[in-house]
Design a protein around this ligand. Structure first.
Ligand code: SF4
Ligand code: SF4
Ligand code: SF4
Length: 320
């Protein structure tokens, strides 16, 4: 039978070990970096051993982002070719155990052996916010964008739901909702099929110097946000103190989401449930270092810029 060590007792040790990681300081520095226009990207450290799986972060994410969630029009237009799948989560909004257009963050569970005891670790999962995001570089419509602070988001007003971002994302993060967005007005039968959704790192809260909702709601200070260089230093200090492991520093050429785990990530990856809406924790090569993707990105960039400009013009003209 599986035994679980007391998460609190386990966490206590972790907090002591993580003395150098101060969430408040990180947030203050992050806000300072934004306000003063420093070019340093923001990153988040997630200390996995502190997480108790309470899902407060998930609920906070759903609350603050509720107004951004899709309200699809039904019945959906018929698509050509008919093989284009309808993806409708609007009647399953309560689903919290995977990523969906209505759930941008969820908690993964892993039963692993730690110090000779079987232990449950819980891992908050969302977009990794890659430093060089393929979803942004290869979106043909310019709908996926990277903010000045290095974090990425999908503009729901411009996205046509073609799903390229998901196809090129090493973790298949974005999720599509049919029956919503610009495709309904432009080419309802022929283009896209809705809008893609994922964590936008609470960009509108960050712009105001506020903390992302999932960080603010966490009772255990699992996440720390700050300039990437400092976050990496903190991650390595913590990893050294707990004999732990770092994920996200080099994956896909580096991400702005850095996990520290007390067990190796291949062990965690083997233990988590993976599949649709449930991303892996495997090692990932730098996708944008691939020659084909690089040349695609160079070809797409000007066209994506034009497409985005057209989309914005079209939306503005409708407002008049
Ligand atoms: S709120 Fe904090 S402790 Fe609770 S599940 Fe989320 S990250 Fe883990
Ligand atoms: S994890 Fe996927 S969706 Fe997130 S920034 Fe990277 S490529 Fe884009
Ligand atoms: S940063 Fe904001 S959008 Fe992203 S998971 Fe946290 S609460 Fe959700």
């Amino acid at each position: 039978m599986r035994s679980q060590i007391s998460r609190r007792a386990f966490i206590k040790g972790s907090i002591a070990a993580a003395g150098t990681v101060v969430a408040g300081t990180g947030i203050a520095k992050a806000a300072d970096a934004l306000v003063n226009g420093k070019k340093e990207p923001l990153a988040t450290l997630l200390d996995i051993q502190k997480c108790i799986g309470c899902e407060e972060c998930v609920r906070a994410c759903r609350d603050v982002n509720a107004a951004k969630y899709p309200e699809p029009e039904k019945p959906f237009p018929k698509m050509y070719p008919k093989t284009v799948p309808v993806q409708d989560w609007s009647d399953k909004r309560e689903v919290m155990d995977r990523l969906t257009p209505y759930n941008w963050l969820y908690i993964q569970h892993a039963f692993v052996s730690l110090n000779g005891r079987e232990t449950e670790l819980t891992i908050p999962r969302r977009c990794m916010h890659c430093a060089n995001p393929p979803c942004v570089k290869l979106c043909p419509w310019g709908a996926a964008k990277q903010e000045k602070n290095g974090l990425s988001r999908i503009d729901a007003d411009l996205c046509l739901g073609g799903s390229k971002c998901k196809a090129v994302c090493p973790w298949s993060i974005p999720e599509r909702q049919t029956g919503v967005g610009l495709y309904l007005e432009l080419m309802p039968a022929l283009a896209g099929n809705g809008v893609m959704y994922k964590c936008d790192r609470c960009y509108n809260r960050l712009e105001k110097g506020e903390t992302p909702a999932c960080i603010e709601a966490c009772p255990e200070n699992v996440q720390t946000i700050g300039p990437r260089r400092e976050i990496l230093e903190q991650a390595h200090t913590l990893a050294k103190e707990i004999n732990g492991y770092v994920y996200g520093e080099h994956e896909n050429g580096g991400t702005h989401t850095i996990y520290v785990s007390p067990v190796p990530f291949d062990q965690l990856n083997a233990a988590i449930e993976k599949g649709k809406g449930k991303p892996h924790l495997d090692r990932v090569e730098n996708m944008m270092a691939d020659g084909t993707n690089l040349s695609r990105a160079m070809l797409i960039a000007p066209l994506a810029g034009l497409a985005a400009a057209f989309g914005k013009f079209y939306l503005k003209s409708k407002e008049k």
